[in-house]
Structures are given as structure tokens and as C-alpha cells.
Design a protein around this ligand. Structure first.
Ligand SMILES: NC(=O)c1ccc[n+]([C@@H]2O[C@H](COP(=O)([O-])OP(=O)(O)OC[C@H]3O[C@@H](n4cnc5c(N)ncnc54)[C@H](O)[C@@H]3O)[C@@H](O)[C@H]2O)c1
Ligand SMILES: [Zn+2]
Ligand SMILES: [Zn+2]
Length: 361
């Protein structure tokens, strides 16, 4: 029997979000209904609301979530009712050319639930990133559920579902940061701070945080940054070189998503070093670099999708490290809020006042 629950929808471009009754179908084959316990507010939710992703309104927002599996459809064996899970937006298929090459974190055919959640009048909802978790319950593909240790606080666990995983993974998976490395992170919001925490976890010897806002630099220090640079006040490339014996950092992570900060990252790395782009640019942005510099400086220029994570491998491991006191995931939760506060949370995010507001249900 389909159920009626409360959820936050974005009804149309730039219209305020509102809480509505939504209809959640019973799980079909390969699907699961999850009782959502917490869901973080991410920039991508705001982009959906602004019409920046596509115009398939109305959206059911929210995608950074943790909860308990309520029911599963036919053929689901990996999770069962009662399991505490983190939701992911890249359920790997196992059959595409990336999966078949043994690189499932690049899966080119990730999947979501087949059935649609709707409004009570039957209007189909587009769930943000195939999740839609600013809701008491949501319908997902079972592969989007990853079981983790249930003793973690849901508000903390859910963060691994998007931005925090993207940042940690940019450092440990894409950037392959290792013991003793020097790392610079440009842009210290939730994603950049997570990259700092990831670099710290991996044993980086020097972690240089770069931002234009001193408040962000202060938080970055508490995440493990050893040095900070305000790039409004000083040239970040020169500052990073100075802090690394004149050479530049082994790995530079760009967590803003702009051509000028990408260029800083490109020139602030040591010869043969690695640049990781985890910030997401907009369609009109262009990058111009002397091709000779691209060749002459060597190394690798990489992009990081969702931190190149494999949820089944990374979520349980990172939650365990957190529970052991080795990864301060709790520091990313600036405030917990109600479903009705999402619009206000967007404003606070826009003003740079929070790392994460998390809806707790
Ligand atoms: N690759 C992925 O899978 C993935 C996943 C989630 C988010 N993201 C992207 O990561 C980026 C960061 O997300 P967030 O949630 O941390 O955003 P945020 O707004 O919280 O943080 C951005 C930070 O960059 C700083 N900043 C802005 N302009 C700057 C400049 N010129 N120089 C230095 N710092 C500057 C801001 O002060 C802020 O601290 C976004 O582009 C987001 O879309 C990527
Ligand atoms: Zn695949
Ligand atoms: Zn997100």
C-alpha cells in the first residue's frame, strides 16, 4: 500500500520550497523504502530549486541522507528492513564498461528507483539526484542504500551521502594523498574542509587551506589544516610555494569550481604533482592555459566525481573511523533543523554562515 508522508518540494523555478504531502509507493523489484532520519542541505538542492540542473519541476529535494530501511521489493538481498543505511546517488550497475574494467566508482550507468513518488493529485516528482530525502520516507533503488554501524548519529552519517564524501574522496581516492605529502585545498566550505580532513587522515604532513573568508580558514584549522592563506590578502600561488620550500604542493585540490581558482591550483602544485577538481563549474566557464605549461609541469589533472567513492567500500570504513575518534565528521554539522526550515537554511548557506544544516526527522 502506498503511503502518504511529508516532504519538501521545489514547485517551480526560484519559487520558495514548501512542505507537501507526498505519496510513496511500495517498493517494486530492486527497490527499497527508507524511513529518513536525517538529511543535510547541499548546494545542489539549491541549484535544483533555481532551475540550474534541469526544469523537471516539481522536485522532491534532499539527497544527503541516512535512515532505516522500512521495506524492500522483490529480489533485494543486500539490505533488509531494519538496516541503518546511508543513501548514495551513484548505485553502481556492475555491467557497464567502467564496472567491467574493474573501476566501478566510475560506473557510467548508475541507477535509481523505477517507480515515481507523486503529489496526492498524481503529479510525478523528480527526486533530487534520484533520492529526494527531505521527506519522512523515500523510495530508492536498493543499491542506493549502504549499511553502516547504527551507533553513529544519523545527522553525521547522512553527510557521507554527498559533499563530505566528495571532499574526503577527492583527497584519498582521486588525489591519492599519502603519508608525508604536502596538500593545498582551495575553497574551504563543506567539501574543501572534508578534503582537509581526508588529507589529514591519509597522513599528509602539510595541509594548506586557502579561502577568501577568515571564518572559513579558522574552521579549516580545526579540520586539520596546518597553514592558512587568505587569497584576498595574498597571492595563493606564491604563498603555497613559500610554504613548500619554493616548489608547490604535491596535491592541490580545487573545491570552488571556478577558472581562476583552477589556475591557482594548476600553478600552486609541484612539478609532476596532481590537481584535483572537485568544485563544479557552470556551463559558460572557460579555462585558458599555455599548452606548454600543461606539458612542461607534468603530473596529472584529475576531476573527482563524488570523491571517486565506492559506497560499499568507503561508507562503512569512514563511519568506523569516525566512531573510533579518527575522523571528526560531527564538526560538519553546524545546526540541526526541521523540514519546515529548508528555505531558511538555503539563505544561511548562501551567506556562508554554515558548513551544513541538517534536517532531522
Ligand atoms: N565533485 C562532486 O562530486 C561534488 C559534490 C558536492 C559538491 N561539489 C562542489 O564542490 C564545491 C564546493 O562545495 P561546498 O559545499 O563546499 O560549497 P561552499 O559554498 O560551502 O564552499 C565554497 C568555499 O569556497 C570559498 N571561495 C569562494 N570563492 C573563492 C575564491 N575565489 N578563492 C578561494 N575560496 C573561495 C568560499 O568562501 C567557501 O568557503 C561546489 O562547486 C560544489 O558544487 C562537488
Ligand atoms: Zn556500471
Ligand atoms: Zn549534494
Amino acid at each position: 500500500m502506498a503511503q502518504e508522508v511529508r516532504g519538501v518540494i521545489a514547485p517551480g523555478k526560484d519559487e520558495p520550497v514548501r512542505v507537501e504531502t507526498i505519496v510513496v509507493p511500495d517498493p517494486g523489484p530492486g527497490e527499497a523504502v527508507v524511513q529518513v532520519q536525517a538529511c543535510g542541505v547541499c548546494h545542489t538542492d539549491l541549484h535544483y530549486k533555481q532551475g540550474g540542473i534541469n526544469d523537471e519541476f516539481p522536485f522532491l529535494l534532499g539527497h544527503e541522507a541516512a535512515g532505516v530501511v522500512e521495506s524492500v521489493g522483490e529480489g533485494v538481498t543486500d539490505v533488509a528492513p531494519g538496516d541503518f543505511v546511508i543513501l548514495n546517488w551513484r548505485a553502481v550497475c556492475g555491467n557497464c564498461r567502467a564496472c567491467l574494467r574493474g573501476r566501478p566508482w566510475y560506473c557510467f550507468n548508475t541507477h535509481n528507483a523505477e517507480q515515481k513518488m507523486t503529489l496526492t493529485d498524481g503529479t510525478e516528482l523528480s527526486p533530487a539526484l534520484g533520492i529526494g530525502a527531505f521527506a519522512e520516507k523515500t523510495l530508492v533503488a536498493a543499491g542506493q542504500c549502504t549499511k553502516v554501524d547504527p551507533s553513529v548519529a544519523p545527522a553525521v552519517a547522512g553527510l557521507l551521502g554527498c559533499g563530505v564524501m566528495a571532499g574526503i574522496g577527492a583527497a584519498i581516492n582521486t588525489g591519492n594523498v599519502g603519508r608525508g605529502d604536502s596538500v593545498a585545498v582551495i575553497g574551504c566550505g563543506g567539501v574543501g574542509d572534508a578534503a582537509i580532513a581526508g588529507a589529514n587522515l591519509a597522513g599528509a604532513a602539510k595541509i594548506i587551506a586557502v579561502d577568501i573568508d577568515d571564518r572559513k580558514l579558522e574552521t579549516a584549522r580545526s579540520m586539520g589544516a596546518t597553514h592558512t592563506v587568505n587569497s584576498r590578502e595574498s597571492d595563493p600561488v606564491a604563498a603555497i610555494q613559500e610554504l613548500t620550500g619554493g616548489f608547490g604542493a604535491d596535491v592541490v585540490i580545487e573545491a570552488v569550481g571556478r577558472p581562476e581558482t583552477y589556475k591557482q591550483a594548476f600553478y600552486a602544485r609541484d612539478l609532476a604533482g596532481t590537481v584535483v577538481l572537485v568544485g563544479v563549474p557552470t556551463p559558460e566557464m572557460k579555462l585558458e592555459l599555455p599548452l606548454l605549461d600543461v606539458f612542461g609541469r607534468g603530473g596529472s589533472l584529475k576531476s573527482s566525481w563524488y570523491g571517486d567513492c565506492l559506497p560499499s567500500r568507503d561508507f562503512p570504513m569512514l563511519i568506523d573511523l569516525h566512531l573510533q575518534g579518527r575522523l571528526p565528521l560531527d564538526k560538519f554539522v553546524t545546526e540541526t533543523i526541521e523540514l519546515t526550515d529548508v528555505e531558511k537554511a538555503f539563505e544561511r548557506m548562501h551567506h556562508g554562515d554554515v558548513l551544513r544544516s541538517v534536517v532531522v526527522l
